[in-house]
Design a protein around this ligand. Structure first.
Ligand SMILES: *[C@@H]1O[C@H](CO)[C@@H](O)[C@H](O)[C@H]1NC(C)=O
Ligand SMILES: *[C@@H]1O[C@H](CO)[C@@H](O)[C@H](O)[C@H]1NC(C)=O
Ligand SMILES: *[C@@H]1O[C@H](CO)[C@@H](O)[C@H](O)[C@H]1NC(C)=O
Ligand SMILES: *[C@@H]1O[C@H](CO)[C@@H](O)[C@H](O)[C@H]1NC(C)=O
Length: 416
């Protein structure tokens, strides 16, 4: 009875986007052919750290956006930060890698980069059952002199394309980057950067596009309007799909939730987790890699007489600077930043980390896209810009007597 009552879809988005990526690579790990042991171990360490990071980031985003849909691609953010870490040194580097949940007594920096390199190769392996493309690019200001090592590692380890860009025209640069991302995500991510600083010297970008069909699709003729309980007192009408089938199922009494797994034709899968009424927050707090492992080990095929699942299309845009700071990635945003691996000099910092994601689930399957952008500016710029673009104070002082003749606060210049 309980499993029939629909409760909010908050966690779902992440889990679909996040888990199908990590499930995909976990499955790849166990294919023995053509892999020496070292790489397989690295893949596992990488997947487990990435899952840890995924859940940590989820908790921050869910906390910051209460009662809103949450959708992001943890994989995209991890790869973008891994890419950024190529240019980081000292404690700026340690913070990023530990923020990504790598245990640096167990895994070395080079192994992490090789892990991402192998992951990118695995994910981009052609498949006729799955459309998946993951890639990186960097947009470099014409005058910025990159170290050869950074340029090479970006290309070899992160398969990054490089584009020379004139950031002096920030609108043109923004269009160039946004159009690139839009193209790579089949038009799904239209405007990754809402603004771009004219001081920008380098932008790193990661994109992901994913499209997969259910092994057993839902019949569109069975889809009907039905109620979805957004909260205790709020109900909305949704297009509710339904189907009878045998699928992996688990009733988790400990955490008070019901899980089903839907498989794509590629054998990748999406896990749907339905907390009991009022249990969403408890469940969110328990989202840790061990919980996922326990769930994966507990799912058992079962005949579901009717599975009701709404069709949905959700999207979100985030600025991740504050969120990453809460995950202890801080220095890279400050004047203490050490990004000397990029130019050989300690003169750069990160000014923005933007992320956009969309996820559509319907009778046929799932289509999702995400992108992460990292904007890098000089630590101290030769051009001084002071922008009074937020509330400020004004004091008019008469020179001879030092009398304050006017004192005011401008909170809204358009108000009389
Ligand atoms: C990192 O790994 C070491 C050795 O396996 C372990 O003792 C330590 O507790 C780990 N640190 C964290 C933060 O998990
Ligand atoms: C992306 O760019 C390629 C090459 O310029 C072009 O052939 C393709 O149609 C573009 N795709 C989209 C979705 O814009
Ligand atoms: C729902 O409505 C009931 C009765 O009108 C009220 O007591 C309760 O506080 C409401 N709950 C929420 C979450 O708004
Ligand atoms: C999916 O798994 C089944 C059973 O293990 C296998 O027969 C099939 O070839 C797999 N499909 C793909 C696309 O890997």
């Amino acid at each position: 009875m309980r499993a029939e009552k629909v409760s909010p879809l908050l966690a779902l988005g992440l889990l679909v986007a996040g888990l199908c990526s990590s499930v995909h690579c976990l499955q790849e790990n166990v294919t023995p052919e053509g892999q020496h042991k070292g790489t397989a171990v690295d893949d596992h360490a990488l997947a487990s750290s990435n899952t840890d990071f995924a859940f940590s980031l989820y908790k921050q985003l869910a906390l910051k956006n209460p009662n809103k849909n949450v959708i992001f691609s943890p994989l995209s953010v991890s790869i973008a930060l891994g890419f950024l870490s190529l240019g980081a040194r000292g404690s700026t580097l340690t913070e990023i890698l530990e923020g990504l949940k790598f245990n640096l007594t167990e895994i070395q920096e080079t192994e992490i980069h090789q892990g991402f390199q192998h992951l990118l190769q695995t994910l981009n392996r052609p498949s006729n059952q799955l459309q998946l493309s993951v890639g990186n690019a960097m947009f470099v200001q014409d005058q910025l002199k990159l170290l050869d090592k950074f340029r090479e590692d970006a290309h070899v380890l992160y398969s990054s394309e490089a584009f020379s860009t004139n950031f002096g025209d920030p609108e043109a640069a923004r269009s160039l980057i946004n159009d690139y991302v839009k193209n790579k995500t089949q038009g799904k991510i239209e405007e990754l950067f809402k603004v771009l600083s004219p001081e920008t010297v380098l932008v790193l970008v990661n994109y992901i596009y994913f499209k997969a069909r259910w092994q057993i699709p839902f019949d569109p003729k069975c889809t009907q309007q039905a109620e979805f309980h957004v909260s205790e007192n709020e109900t909305v009408q949704v297009s509710m799909m339904n189907i009878a089938l045998v699928i992996p199922y688990f009733r988790d009494e400990e955490l008070g939730c019901t899980l089903v797994e839907l498989t794509y034709t590629s054998n990748d899968s999406a896990l749907f987790i339905l907390p009991d009424e009022g249990k969403m927050q408890d469940l969110e707090a328990k989202l840790i890699p061990e919980t996922l492992t326990r769930w994966r080990n507990s799912l058992q095929p079962r005949l579901i007489h009717t599975l009701y699942l709404p069709k949905f299309s959700i999207s979100s845009d985030y600025n991740l600077e504050d969120t990453l700071s809460e995950l202890s990635i801080q220095k890279v945003f400050t004047s203490e930043a050490d990004l000397s691996g990029i130019t050989g000099v300690k003169n750069l910092k990160v000014s923005q980390v933007v992320h956009s994601a969309v996820l559509d689930v319907d009778e046929e399957g799932t289509e999702g896209a995400a992108a992460t952008g990292v904007e890098i500016i000089p630590l101290s710029s030769l051009t001084t810009i002071v922008r009074f673009n937020r509330p400020f104070l004004i004091a008019a002082i008469l020179k001879d007597t030092q009398s304050i003749i006017f004192l005011g606060k401008v909170t809204n210049p358009t108000q009389a």
